[in-house]
Design a protein around this ligand. Structure first.
Ligand code: ADP
Ligand code: TYD
Length: 863
């Protein structure tokens, strides 16, 4: 059965990013890498130079300047992105990118030349504005270049590029700081150019990006190959550069694919777009999901995605792409909103507006971007990684008011906190995200106090990003036998503890080592958190939750980057003298300590939420895992005195016939025998059987079918089988778990492993002592039945062939627990073979204590 790696199981082929073989996209990617480098390098250099230029301007000025750089870079995306989208929708995208990159180059280069902090802050703000216009143009262009089927991949490539440029920028920054120190030594006239060179380098990176942009294929305003103005995520890829903070998450999040493929229409401008786009509706994802269900199911599936009942349903036809709808909803929360928007903004817009996420993309780490593991501090430079889903692409809907972050939060809190696990995960992920933002926020002044300057700041930043990368890599590989939930909680705690220590040690090297540990904790928490979230929640709710996470991360980033230096300034630097020992209490260090303590608190709260119901104490499990011994609740195996025999096989294989023969024989032998069957041996089971086998019942989804059989089985085991086994009876069941594995697993091509798990739970892991498989070719078995067929019997020949092979594979995988008999043999022969196999496993027909008393009862099985 393993053969059936059902649909859905085979994840999208995330192989080598072959989107990069699309020449225009590859060029765009080069441009994104360059401007991403410029973003990160520019951010680091601006923060550094702000600290340097204000070093002598009074106690609080330095903190305020660094905080100001962060605020001015992050504010435009939050406040202005909807307007930027409108503008960009009307402009030539390629040209917008060229201008955006060139402008940023000029601005960064002008900063060291002017050498004034007020100009530095103005330039920080202006680069944010430039990125704000550049981002939607880039997203829309990317969407035009990539076929719909590859949008998701393009999105991934984009995000990886975004994260990837951060450590590169950190390394480059450190190198340039060293070079500038050497230059300053050689030519004292130059002063200490410190951050200057980094700003020139960032300017050069932007300039190079502008040159590459120039060679990109242009696109007319408002036109998108994919319709909706800019499709969805595609842009995401683009994001890299900008969005620093982006969300790591993931894979699932991005709904990129949703872009309606169709909309290959060119529509200039806002509203009209909507209409034209309308007709489409394909979406890769959806298609995949629907496939197994067959026609008729579509409707059913869509509804859950859409969320808001009727309204949503109405929208679908109008908007076309179901996905679009889906996307909007998560962001917006309310179905109605979505409805309103659509007409007004057009699909594209709708997407675009996806809340804040994209909006902010430009510079700030978009929420969307979220906490990507990869991307370290998210604080990134310019734009946040737009969320994949967020349709950065087309900017905002004309005339639409800027999205309301508060609303996204309110919606998010409402739906995201539905289970303790989800609550715990979100809390933990946001906690570690804030931790890395805190390091970035106070890092520059902190390293200044440690006399490590730019090089120290670069080292700190590189340490955190490298730690995150390490965490993301090792997270899924470390302590494999250890509970993922607990590992998540521990990694959040690790990040918090390491952050506290970082703030306490007045030593650059130790601070760098500890920052790596902070990053590692952050990376592990992100990678595990996103994967647990993906497992825990599905479909529309998952999208909403991730949108919320991105938005929250974005806002948190902005707050931490702006507030952290200010708090450090308020605390100030003090010297503690205890006897002969002096200890410098740094305002920045204390902010790290406070942030670390907050993260530790978050770790505890989050751990409590996600560890609910765990049966083994944390330490016991950890020690066991480290020693390599099996862990887990040691289930007190209930020793059942009875014997459980199951007859399996296809239709007409002779199961009922043999069950009858067996029970006659065993009763004759003096056993209490319970003959039963599935489905339908309890009151509830009879009703389920009617549902399951009624031919009128058309269009039942395979998963629902599997669950109904499992429900019947759960009732059957708890009411009939287990009580009989407890009494010491021999239970003969006509069908059991293997039927679901064969019919719904192999036959319907559902995931066999998943069905097995569901059935283990349903039966509380009751496994037969012996399973007899009566093997007959389906045609022979069905011919024996004659007459009318039920819903399952009426399935195709192929289906029954798969079922037969499914049964045989099961038997082959556990030969000691199976007896396979050729069901075409004469009945008596089949019976004899079964008796021969059963005899050795039969219990003593008389309770042992009774025998001990009389000492004279025959042992039937030996007769
Ligand atoms: N070994 C056998 N050879 C020929 N016919 C058989 C054999 N076993 C059962 N049958 C006949 O095949 C038909 C289906 O048998 P049944 O036991 O009801 O199959 P199942 O319960 O597996 O659907 C019955 O008419 C039965 O008499
Ligand atoms: C128990 C079980 C039965 N089935 C199907 C197989 C049969 O076609 C039908 C049970 O009908 P039934 O009339 O009991 O058939 P049989 O005499 O062949 O056992 O339900 C499943 O698909 N999955 C299951 O888990």
């Amino acid at each position: 059965m393993s053969r059936s790696a059902p649909p859905g199981a085979p994840d999208e082929a995330h192989g080598v990013p072959d989107v990069l073989s699309i020449t225009p996209f590859r060029r765009l990617w080069v441009s994104l890498s360059l401007s991403g480098l410029g973003d990160w390098l520019g951010l680091l250099a601006l923060m550094s130079l702000a600290a340097i230029l204000t070093r002598d301007s009074g106690p609080f000025a330095q903190y305020a300047a660094v905080s100001g750089v962060a605020a001015l870079r992050l504010a435009p995306p939050i406040l202005l992105s909807p307007f930027a989208g409108v503008l960009v929708d009307r402009a030539d995208r390629r040209l917008t990118m060229v201008v955006g990159d060139a402008l940023r180059a000029l601005l960064l280069v002008s900063v060291p030349i002017v050498g004034r902090v007020d100009w530095l802050l103005a330039a920080a703000f202006a680069t944010a504005i430039a990125a704000l216009l550049w981002t939607p143009a880039k997203d829309a262009l990317a969407a035009d270049m990539v076929p719909t089927a590859k949008l998701r991949q393009a999105d991934r490539v984009g995000r990886i590029t975004l994260y990837g440029t951060a450590p590169v920028a950190a390394a480059l920054f450190a190198l340039l700081a060293a070079v500038s120190a050497v230059l300053a030594g050689l030519f004292p006239v130059l002063g200490a150019p410190a951050a200057d060179i980094a700003l020139y380098a960032a300017g050069a990176a932007y300039l190079a990006a502008a040159v590459v942009d120039w060679g990109l294929p242009g696109a007319k305003p408002g036109v998108s190959a994919h319709g909706s103005g800019g499709p969805v995520l595609p842009g995401a890829p683009a994001q890299p550069p900008s969005a620093p903070a982006a969300a790591p998450q993931a894979p699932r999040t991005p709904q990129p694919p949703r872009t309606p493929p169709t909309a290959a229409v060119e529509i200039p401008g806002g509203e009209e777009k909507t209409e034209q786009i309308a007709p489409l509706s394909t979406d890769d994802e959806r298609t995949e999901e629907i496939t197994p269900l067959g026609a008729g199911e579509e409707t059913t599936e869509q509804i859950p995605h859409v969320g808001a009942g009727e309204r949503a349903t109405e929208q679908v036809p109008q908007v076309g792409a179901g996905e679009e709808t889906t996307e909007r909803i998560p962001h917006t929360g309310a179905g109605e909103e979505a409805t309103e928007r659509i007409p007004a903004a057009g699909a594209a817009a709708a997407g675009g507006q996806a809340l804040p996420p994209q909006a902010p993309p430009p510079q700030a780490p978009t929420p969307a971007a979220g906490p990507q593991p990869g991307r370290p501090g998210g604080p990134g430079p310019s734009g946040p990684a737009r969320s994949p889903q967020a349709p950065p692409r087309s900017a905002a809907a004309p005339g639409r008011a800027p999205e309301n972050l508060l609303r996204t939060f309110a919606d998010g809190v409402r739906f995201a906190g539905t289970t303790p696990l989800v609550r715990g995960l979100l809390l933990g992920m946001l906690g570690v995200f804030a931790a890395s933002a805190a390091v970035l926020g106070v890092g520059r002044i902190f390293t200044d106090r440690l006399s490590a300057g730019n090089a120290g700041f670069a080292l700190l930043f590189a340490a955190v990003t490298a730690g995150i990368a390490l965490g993301v890599y090792v997270g899924p590989r470390v302590l494999r036998a250890f509970s993922r939930r607990r590992l998540f909680g521990l990694s959040v705690g690790l990040a918090g503890a390491a952050l506290v220590l970082t703030g306490l040690v007045p030593n650059m090297v130790l601070a760098a080592v500890l920052s790596t540990v902070v990053g590692t904790g952050v990376g592990i928490a992100w990678v595990i958190g996103t994967s647990l979230l993906g497992q825990e929640i599905e479909g529309e709710v998952r999208e909403r939750t991730l949108a919320y996470l991105r938005t929250a991360a974005h806002v948190l980033l902005a707050i931490v980057l702006v507030v952290a230096p200010l708090v450090a300034g308020l605390i100030g630097d003090h010297r503690l003298d205890v006897r002969d020992l002096g200890y410098d209490v740094l305002g920045t260090g204390m902010v790290l300590v406070l942030a670390g303590l907050a993260v530790l608190l978050v770790a505890v709260v989050s751990y409590r939420q996600i560890d609910e119901g765990a049966e083994v104490p944390l330490l016991t499990e950890l020690i066991a895992v480290l020693r390599g011994v099996p862990v887990g609740p040691v289930k007190a195996e209930e020793k059942l005195p009875g014997t459980f025999i199951v007859l399996e096989g296809g239709e007409g294989a002779g199961k009922s016939t043999q069950a009858r023969q067996l029970s006659i024989w065993l009763r004759d032998e003096g056993f209490e025998v319970v003959t039963t069957r599935e489905p339908g041996s309890t009151k509830l089971g009879m009703r389920l059987r009617a549902l399951l086998l009624d031919k009128e019942q058309t269009g039942m989804s395979p998963r629902a079918e599997a669950l109904l059989y499992a429900a019947d089985r759960a009732d059957h085991v708890s009411r009939v089988i287990r009580p009989a086994l407890r009494r010491g009876a021999i239970v003969i069941s006509d069908r059991y778990v293997d039927s679901t594995l064969a019919y719904q697993g192999a036959g319907r091509e559902l995931h066999v492993g998943e069905i097995r798990r569901i059935n283990e739970w349903a039966t509380d892991e009751l496994v037969p002592d012996l399973t007899v498989l009566l093997d007959v070719p389906p045609s022979a078995g069905l011919a024996r039945l004659g007459g009318t067929t039920d819903r399952i019997e009426a399935e195709s020949e192929d289906f029954h062939d798969r079922v037969r092979s499914g049964f045989r594979e099961l038997a082959e995988s556990e030969p000691e627990r199976y007896l396979v008999v050729d069901g075409r043999s004469p009945q008596e022969e089949v019976t004899r073979q079964i008796q021969r196999r059963i005899r050795p496993i039969l219990p003593d027909p008389v309770p042992q204590d009774a025998e001990a008393i009389t000492g004279m009862m025959p042992i039937i099985k030996e007769q």
